[in-house]
Design a protein around this ligand. Structure first.
Ligand SMILES: O=C(O)CCC(=O)C(=O)O
Length: 271
């Protein structure tokens, strides 16, 4: 018996690989998170969006958002009751900054087996098609595994600028969200986004959730049990932020990000 989704919504996700829009948090909570992101950039001299993995550990607020019951009820309906937050990323496009995300499959880089990860993309601001909200190619999670060209282009928000070239995107769907809403997408779905053509910021928090039975294919890593029990012990435990960015958390996130972009690891991730 599902907790919050209908059987039709669960079937839609299984068939198409995404679900949107879903009601998540009060838009005021999104605004508070954006204020903290601005303060972070001012104080640290770089954007939390530049942290490729586990950006949510920078802030107590985003760490707590990864435990949000309303969001986890949806995730539980999709992947079961024992859930780890494996990683996260703030996806930030300032108005007119030209940044985009090329078509890609997360499964090519995450180094997880089996591919059961669901990403929750929580809109901290509105995310409309003209703001460069996410696009997905429905049902592509059930299709082929694509090879990716690594462009390392500066205006591509992906760590390696990885891109699936020449794909037929004629049936791509926008996942427009209002601030506070969220979408879910499957680890294998082909997705991306266009530049933000408006004056306003488009900011989301992507949280990557896995069931506890999922293993890392690139050696032991860390994650955070956000619901249920972990009877498998495949993952070590992430540090818990105490409300301020501390050196241990930053070192931990930097190491997780380094493994993600280091070419030495992609071979294993692709295996
Ligand atoms: O925010 C975007 O435009 C892309 C997000 C994305 O690629 C993801 O959540 O996996």
């Amino acid at each position: 018996m599902p907790k919050v989704l209908t059987e039709d919504q669960i079937k839609f996700y299984r068939d198409n690989g995404y679900l949107a829009p879903l009601d998540g948090v009060d838009p005021a909570e999104g605004a508070r998170m954006c204020t903290e992101l601005q303060a972070f950039e001012r104080d640290q001299g770089f954007s939390a969006g530049d942290i490729n993995m586990k950006g949510h550990l920078c802030f107590r607020r985003s760490y707590d958002l990864s435990f949000n019951d309303g969001i986890l009820d949806v995730v539980e309906d999709l992947i079961g009751p024992d859930i780890l937050a494996f990683a996260s990323r703030f996806w930030m496009k300032k108005g007119g900054d030209g940044n985009y995300v090329t078509w890609h499959q997360d499964s090519a880089y995450f180094g997880l087996e089996p591919n059961e990860l669901v990403t929750v993309w929580l809109a901290l601001t509105d995310a409309t098609p003209d703001m460069g909200c996410m696009r997905v190619i429905p049902a592509s999670h059930r299709g082929q595994t694509y090879s990716h060209v690594e462009t390392f282009a500066d205006d591509n928000l992906l760590a390696r600028g990885q891109s699936i070239e020449g794909i037929n995107d004629g049936n791509a769907q926008y996942m427009a969200l209002k601030a506070g809403q969220f979408s879910c997408h499957h680890e294998r779905i082909v997705h991306g986004s266009d530049p933000n053509a408006t004056d306003g910021d488009r900011i989301g928090l992507g949280i990557f959730y896995i069931p506890t039975h999922v293993k890392s294919t690139i050696g032991r890593r860390t994650a955070c049990l956000v619901r249920g029990v972990d009877e498998y012990g495949h993952w070590d435990i992430d540090p818990v932020p105490d409300g301020q960015l501390d050196k241990n958390i930053l070192a931990h996130m930097t190491e997780a990000g380094r493994r993600y972009v280091d070419p030495q690891f992609v071979q294993e991730a692709d295996a």
